[in-house]
Design a protein around this ligand. Sequence first.
Ligand code: ADP
Ligand code: MG
Length: 378
Amino acid sequence: MGKLNVAMLRYLTREDFRVLTAIEMGMKNHELVPATLAASIANLHHGGVHKILKELCKHRLLSYERGKHYDGYRLTNTGYDYLALKTLTSRQLISSFGNQIGVGKESNIYVVADPEDKPICLKLHRLGRTCFRNLKEKRDYHAHRHKAGWLYLSRISATKEYAYMEALSKRDFPVPKPIDINRHCVLMELVNGHPLSRLYEVDNVENLYDDLMNLIVRFAQHGVIHGDFNEFNIMINDEEKPIVIDFPQMVSVTHANAEMYFDRDVKCIRAFFKKRFNYESHLYPIFEDIVREEFLDVEVSASGFTKNMDQFLLHELGMVDSIEEGSGEESDFYENEKDEVEHLAERVAELMKEESSEVLGNSTVPPAKEMSDNAKSE
Ligand code: ADP
Ligand code: MG
């Protein structure tokens, strides 16, 4: 597993960034963004934009594609990563980039360093691109309603994860402390430990089992179910205590299939302990016995991560069968192309302003570099 390709962060100019952002904005409503549209959104001269677009393609931040009706540009994964990392870097949260430490089903995980050179964790969410579940259905769905499927999905996945991590860590659940989020990238505390999947010997198997079952219960008392509570999403530290990660698939205890997901989480732990440690207990939680005491699910959906967004995401993750009409749509609607261009141009200008004020706010800090070999974690 390699390093994040971040060399470009240093070389791209402000205008490159502006054009890249314009394509991102254009993709809200267009599968492919024609050069002319990009130029008007970026508010730059035509000739200049062409050159920049070509350059961005060469660096694989954009791709040029032929569509059915017209040709245009599309942001690549790398391009989207670039935009988010550029923003997080200019907020001065990342001082250097290190190695990839994990590849999940729906993400890439890297170690980066904070301004004090402390290693922290960067999770890049990647949804809707490599998953072939419901492909036909999804293709139709995206074709009609969501031109920017993977951009949007990855972003709401990160948004949900961040919102849950905030709510959970506020209540002292053992989860990584969230640091910041931009687009599809979440910065969080680096867990000091190893996935349960790599634990072969344990000092007190009964304690660990109890800790995990108690966590499932405590989640549910707060109104939520993890939904993917397995040995890869549970980290174990030196004190043999669990730290839970990976939250995009969390569901409320009011979900139609809540009991099924709750039982599945419980069963997962029971099966693992039996297989790995030959440990079986007749004690395990039952959904019906749970008394709800808090409304973490409600709090999160009130915090900007709406129910509609969640529906769209859970459908992608296979946690709900169908999406209600009107779910998951972004609210950007335009009367005509002129409105759209004006609106998007404004958004680009705002993003550019954020970026430059952050950079100018403390110009003594050099741009993030790659971590030196002795500073990176294994
Ligand atoms: P996915 O949703 O793709 O499964 P995860 O959040 O489960 O992504 O992360 C994948 C892997 O990366 C984990 O199994 C773990 O090994 C590692 N990882 C994720 N978050 C952290 C963290 N905060 N600290 C240390 N390792 C982590
Ligand atoms: Mg995982």
